[in-house]
Design a protein around this ligand. Structure first.
Ligand SMILES: [Zn+2]
Length: 178
């Protein structure tokens, strides 16, 4: 693992969630559905799945205290990290790499650095780039994309991406352009 990314929020899911909560909600949880600031923390218990395995208690779940709303939410709702099975630690690490690097970070690099599949790396890179373009909100606390990154995106694919794509033939729906 590269130096500088071995910080707690990249190693532990709870730390990752708490880090995201602290940058997104510096003054406590804010309901993404109605914008209200009052929320209760929901405590869940570990569940036993049909397979016999135990699913751990869900952490970081809140219920909006507004009577008219009452929606449940977590810190990832309304962000690029919403509704994915990818650990938050990987998302944060990817966001850090993509936002802090002066050079283009290819999906292939993400795949190797994060230890995820190439397909997952493409998905992560795509979501975070969309977020950086303003399509999806990114939690504040992440620097915006360096201009070099945007220039390289516009100019197309660098050799690293082409190599990565050769090793992973594009599917029918097109290649990963990350
Ligand atoms: Zn609400």
């Amino acid at each position: 693992m590269a130096a500088g990314i071995s910080v707690p929020q990249f190693a532990n899911e709870d730390e990752a969630r708490q880090f995201l909560e602290s940058v997104r909600w510096p003054n406590g949880p804010v309901c993404p559905h109605c914008g209200s600031t009052g929320a209760w923390q929901i405590k869940t218990k570990p569940r036993t799945l049909k397979s016999g395995k135990t699913s751990p208690a869900r952490q970081g779940l809140y219920k909006c205290a507004q009577y008219q709303c009452g929606e449940q939410f977590s810190v990832t709702v309304g962000t690029a990290f919403e509704r994915s099975k990818i650990p938050l630690t990987k998302w944060l690490m990817a966001a850090h790499l993509l936002c802090s690097s002066n050079k283009h970070v290819s999906a292939h690099q993400l795949h190797r650095t994060l230890g995820v599949t190439y397909k997952t790396a493409c998905f992560i890179a795509h979501r975070i780039r969309e977020a950086m373009k303003g399509g999806l909100p990114m939690p504040s606390g992440f620097p915006s994309a360096p201009s070099a990154e945007r220039r390289q995106r516009r100019s197309g694919q660098d050799a690293g991406i082409r190599r990565a794509q050769n090793g992973n033939p594009p599917g029918r729906r097109g290649a990963c352009r990350a």
